[in-house]
Design a protein around this ligand. Structure first.
Ligand code: PLP
Length: 404
């Protein structure tokens, strides 16, 4: 990464701004220090100045949107090792469009007919352990979800893995339009993705993957296509650093074209099912610019920047009786290196929920992670801007030591 790509620091973190951006001040909305990951509710991610400049430039001319999507799709497809792609209105929109494409193909009257999916294959097969609140995306175009896996899901819970392949095969029927797979932190896979994809492909069932927040690491851009996915969706506005309202859909050319028709429905008589989450020319150009910066980045330097911030916080907070603070680095469930605060049985201070509330109530407000393995507090560094690690450490010290 060159210094021009992420001005102000070589490690990918921006210097701390010391004033409230005017646009938020005028609206009376206060900024929040984001130590909780790429959270949509906090604004996703921050775009590099190059991305913003590209979007501004894009806004100065009219273009043929389809031609722009085709050109952008080539960039995305190359980055993901796929045949084709285009920019959607977010990974949730990619989920909707992937299912729609599997139901309609490129048949204009079927595309017109959605969300009424009668007469089409309309069952999406989904592992119970992959249940999450984006499942509803699959139902938006009119599909129903057929769940499989022999225990109710808890993100950290176990599933019976005996006869796991038979369990999957039983979920398939002549109405199956797709096998959905969700890849996300704290989700248990029933078997390696590659194995599940192979079982679906034996029956010519398309495999669709929700990998919204799985990038970085950059390898995950190509991993699912390489391992047998027919289509994959990613968020543009999480780790890739594109516009918050953008997403990627890549995969097999015929299915991607079918998804695009469901996005805008150029040949039908009605707006496509995806029309409510269209991608603008600015989003398209912004995401293409962001993914180019992302794939060229020195990911080790970025990681080292996150780690340095994490080390600062761990150093400042270690040695408090009743708390164990660890620097966890390399846990695939945790995004980047993270200071994690574990509350031991002899801790007599505020409980994790009270600490989180105090952090949010402070000035500046700080939003931290909610653990994942239990009731620990984890501090996600990926959106912590340079210098903010000191504010986080100061405030935690006040809450855990001085005010306690
Ligand atoms: C964030 C997320 C989404 C939604 O992504 P958007 O880009 O915000 O639409 C979908 N699925 C999973 C697993 C996610 O983490």
């Amino acid at each position: 990464m060159t210094s021009s790509q992420v001005p102000g620091s070589s490690d990918g973190r921006r210097p701390l701004g010391n004033s409230i951006p005017g646009v938020y001040a005028r609206l009376g909305v206060r900024p929040i220090i984001n130590a909780g990951s790429w959270l949509t509710a906090l604004g996703g991610s921050l775009m590099a100045p190059e991305v913003l400049r590209a979007m501004e430039e894009a806004s100065t001319a009219f273009i043929d949107l389809r031609a722009l999507q085709t050109a952008a799709g080539e960039v995305l497809a190359r980055a993901c090792g796929a045949e084709a792609g285009f920019v959607t209105g977010g990974a949730a929109a990619s989920n909707v469009l992937m299912v729609a494409a599997c139901m309609t193909g490129d048949n204009p009257s079927k595309i017109d007919q959605l969300p009424d999916s009668s007469g089409m294959k309309n069952e999406v097969v989904l592992f119970n352990g992959h249940e999450n609140h984006y499942d509803s995306n699959y139902e938006v175009p009119g599909a129903t979800i057929v769940r499989w896996g022999s225990s109710r899901p808890e993100h950290s819970g176990d599933f019976a893995t005996d006869n796991i392949q038979a369990q999957l095969k039983q979920a398939f029927s002549d109405q199956t339009c797709a096998m959905a797979w969700v890849s996300a932190p704290f989700m248990r896979d029933p078997m390696p993705f590659k194995e599940a994809a192979a079982i679906a492909r034996e029956r010519a069932i398309p495999v669709i993957v929700d990998a919204a927040a799985e990038v970085p690491p950059a390898e995950n851009l190509t991993r699912f296509i390489n391992d047998g996915a027919d289509m994959v969706g990613y968020s543009g506005g999480k780790g890739i650093g594109g516009p918050q309202g953008s997403g990627i859909l890549v995969g097999r050319e015929d299915l991607v074209l079918a998804a695009y028709e469901n996005h805008l429905n150029s040949r039908g008589t009605r707006a496509g099912i995806g029309r409510s989450s269209k991608a603008s020319k600015e989003d398209i150009v912004g995401l293409v610019t962001a993914i180019q910066i992302f794939t060229d980045a020195d990911h080790e330097a970025v990681w080292a920047g996150w780690r340095a911030g994490a080390e600062h916080i761990v150093e400042r907070l270690k040695g408090i009786d009743g708390l164990r603070i660890a620097l966890e680095d390399g846990d695939p469930n945790r995004q980047g290196p993270q200071p994690v605060i574990y509350f031991e049985s002899d801790w007599d201070g505020p409980n994790p929920g009270e600490v989180r509330a105090a952090l949010l109530a402070g000035d500046p407000a700080i939003h931290v992670g909610e653990g994942g393995y239990g009731d620990e507090i984890n501090i996600v560094m990926v959106n912590v801007q340079s210098g903010e690690e000191r504010i986080i450490a100061d405030r935690l010290e006040e809450i855990l030591v001085k005010e306690n």
